[in-house]
Design a protein around this ligand. Structure first.
Ligand code: NAP
Length: 310
């Protein structure tokens, strides 16, 4: 029985080598060289793979996302009915995302956009000293990535709040949940960080209504998915001076079209969906373990709940 790998060609060889190092008996097929469809038992894939294509494999038991997010796998037509989907929960992913969030929290806290503008204009002018203990960071999503980022930001000395679907308790983090919780958190957030999964319930969550509830001068950081932000609303709030700046790693569509206003906006900092990149050698052990479990019928790790979409 074989494992189908489908992702960018340069990544496939790294994934194959990392998986074979853990289990040399694995029969790994690199898409599109799948061989007989009956042989495929598990698929390890990313957004580029067409979910309709996976319906060709009658003995498929498991689909593994090679990333933490699974919105791309769940959108229509979705995975073949009855086939479980597992996502990645990986310390290297959480570490990288924590670093990217912290980088941007500190960038905004330390007035870096203003100092860069001053440098370009050759202006020597010190701005008011920022106070860490009174700059509140609010995190949308307190899962693997959000709770880790919360710990890193808290360790620097910022007050941290977080919002999740279900009520939660995290040391040193003021936790909110539900619609009323979102409004309450946002009203006291100076730097808003989005680390939510993209689901029907979270699409467009950062819209004009939410932005208006943030205090004037607040910043927005989105490391989750482009679909969480209503771009026109964010740009309008920045242009109106209500939002002081944004750091964005994710967009809809990707790559972001070169004529989009984000590219040249002086109050927007962009990275090309690079906040947290899967490292095959780090992520392969849970994938290989899940393939073993799928074969033996043991409970799978990091399963996606189709009812919530994450
Ligand atoms: P996760 O562990 O599943 O955590 C998701 C968090 O969001 C949980 O706290 C969950 O609440 C909360 N949530 C979900 N739906 C909600 C709703 N309707 N209202 C309020 N809270 C809600 O996910 P993760 O591993 O932290 O990853 C989050 C996302 O980051 C991924 O889905 C992916 O899109 C994105 N990502 C981006 C990059 C990048 O490079 N830019 C890399 C990796 C991942 P509960 O705790 O109540 O379940």
């Amino acid at each position: 029985m074989a494992v189908l790998l489908s992702m960018k060609p340069h990544l496939m060889a790294a994934w194959r080598d990392a998986m074979l190092a853990l289990d040399p008996t694995l029969d790994i097929r690199m898409f599109p060289d799948t061989g007989a469809p009956e042989a495929i038992e598990a698929a390890v894939c990313w957004s580029s793979h067409d979910m309709a294509e996976l319906r060709r494999y009658p003995n498929l038991k498991l689909i593994c996302s090679m990333g933490a997010g699974v919105d791309h796998l769940l959108r229509p037509p979705g995975p073949p009915p009855g086939i479980p989907v597992a996502r990645l929960v990986d310390t290297m992913l959480t570490t990288q995302m924590g670093e990217w969030v912290l980088l941007n929290v500190l960038r905004f806290h330390r007035q870096d956009l203003d100092y860069r503008a001053q440098q370009q204009a050759r202006v020597w002018d010190e701005l008011d000293a920022p106070v860490t203990a009174t700059r509140s960071v609010g995190i949308l999503g307190l899962g693997a990535l959000g709770s880790h980022a919360a710990g890193m930001i808290r360790a620097v000395g910022f007050p941290v709040c977080g919002w999740s679907r279900r009520a939660k308790s995290l040391p040193g983090v003021t936790c909110f949940d539900g619609d009323a919780g979102l409004d309450a958190m946002v009203a006291q957030t100076d730097i808003l960080v989005c680390l939510l999964p993209l689901t029907p319930a979270t699409r467009g969550v950062i819209d004009a209504r939410l932005l208006a509830r943030l205090p004037t001068g607040a910043f927005v950081i989105n490391g989750a998915r482009g679909g969480h932000v209503v771009d026109a609303d964010l740009l309008a709030a920045i242009d109106a001076g209500h939002i002081a700046g944004a750091a964005l790693d994710v967009f809809e569509p990707e790559p972001l079209p070169t004529d989009h206003r984000y590219w040249s906006h002086p109050r927007v900092v962009m990275t090309p969906h690079a906040a947290s990149i899967t490292i095959p050698a780090s992520a392969a052990p849970q994938v290989v373990e899940n393939i073993r479990r799928a074969r033996t019928g043991e409970p799978l790790l990091n399963l996606v709940d189709f009812s919530t979409g994450y």
